[in-house]
Design a binder for this molecule. Structure first.
Ligand code: SF4
Length: 282
């Protein structure tokens, strides 16, 4: 049975709850999951919604979930280039240099994400920004408009930027992948590794003083290593001549607003690096 078929057979309410839980763990930096077979009677005793018995029949499960199958090895994340492209090697002014990268991407079919794309989401903001945010990938609103962070998470990011005393037009925003992963899933390593070199080139053109990684996926591709978000937050990482700060993705903060205080503490580290003071409320 295909995974997509298995997923479509789940009770929609239960499926949404399951997706929200998996995203929650992903935002915490836990990115590898496997499922053990569940006894339907036990699941119902525990209050789970009634499920199609075939869905939970061990013999009907895809091979990935058979207990005697080894868990497939994790595909590696490519390390980012250690050294930024020298400024002297970028011959065009930043706006034009970004446009040259966009032109090179073109109507990209380099990875499978192009198949479900409506609009490619390149980046947005000032080509000479002192502060740059990097997210994971476009969602539905971004895919429809071709602009990063324009949905609910984008509104929250705008508020975070305003709280820092900046306007959105003053910062630059881009994602690890430029096309929307189906169902907003985490990009596969093949996809992230294929697309992220364009992000590194955008960073080299903008040359922000501070880079903020929003969530575990952005941190993983910028640092070239998978680590739980908890171990990366709260400090400054040296990143190819830029100060890198890791915080929660705004979509995660919408799901768990209690963590906004933690995210604000991270942004204050960024502000300190930039010499910014929050706007007065008076
Ligand atoms: S995600 Fe990046 S590499 Fe993949 S198709 Fe889109 S632009 Fe190309």
């Amino acid at each position: 049975m295909e995974l997509a078929t298995l997923s479509s057979q789940l009770n929609p309410v239960f499926r949404e709850a399951l997706l929200a839980r998996v995203r929650f763990y992903h935002d915490l930096g836990l990115t590898e999951f496997y499922r053990r077979p569940v006894d339907p009677a036990l699941a119902q005793d525990m209050g789970a919604p009634s499920l199609d018995s075939q869905t939970w029949n061990n013999s009907a499960q895809p091979a990935l979930f058979q207990e005697d199958q080894p868990i497939p090895p994790r595909k590696p994340i490519n390390a980012p280039p250690q050294v930024a492209i020298p400024q002297s090697a970028i011959l065009a002014p930043p706006q034009e240099a970004l446009q040259l990268i966009r032109d090179e991407i073109g109507d990209c079919t380099r990875c499978p994400l192009h198949k479900g794309r409506n609009k490619l989401v390149f980046g947005d903001g000032s080509p000479t920004a002192r502060l740059m945010f990097v997210g994971e990938g476009p969602g539905a609103d971004e895919d429809a408009q071709g602009i990063p962070f324009v949905g609910k998470a984008g509104q929250l990011l705008n508020n975070m930027i305003a709280a820092m005393g900046l306007q959105r037009e003053e910062v630059y925003i881009a994602n690890v992948v430029k096309c929307r992963p189906p169902g907003n899933r985490v990009p596969e390593p093949e996809e992230g590794n294929t697309c992220s070199p364009f992000l590194f080139r955008q960073i080299d053109v903008v040359r922000p003083e501070v880079l903020v990684a929003l969530g575990a996926t952005a941190a993983t591709y910028l640092l070239g290593t998978r680590q739980p978000l908890a171990g990366l937050r709260g400090r400054v990482h040296a990143f190819r001549g830029t100060q890198l700060i890791v915080t929660y993705h705004p979509a995660y903060l919408l799901r768990d607003p209690r963590q906004k205080k933690e995210a604000w503490a991270d942004l204050q580290i960024a502000m300190k690096e930039l010499g910014l003071k929050p706007p007065s409320r008076g």
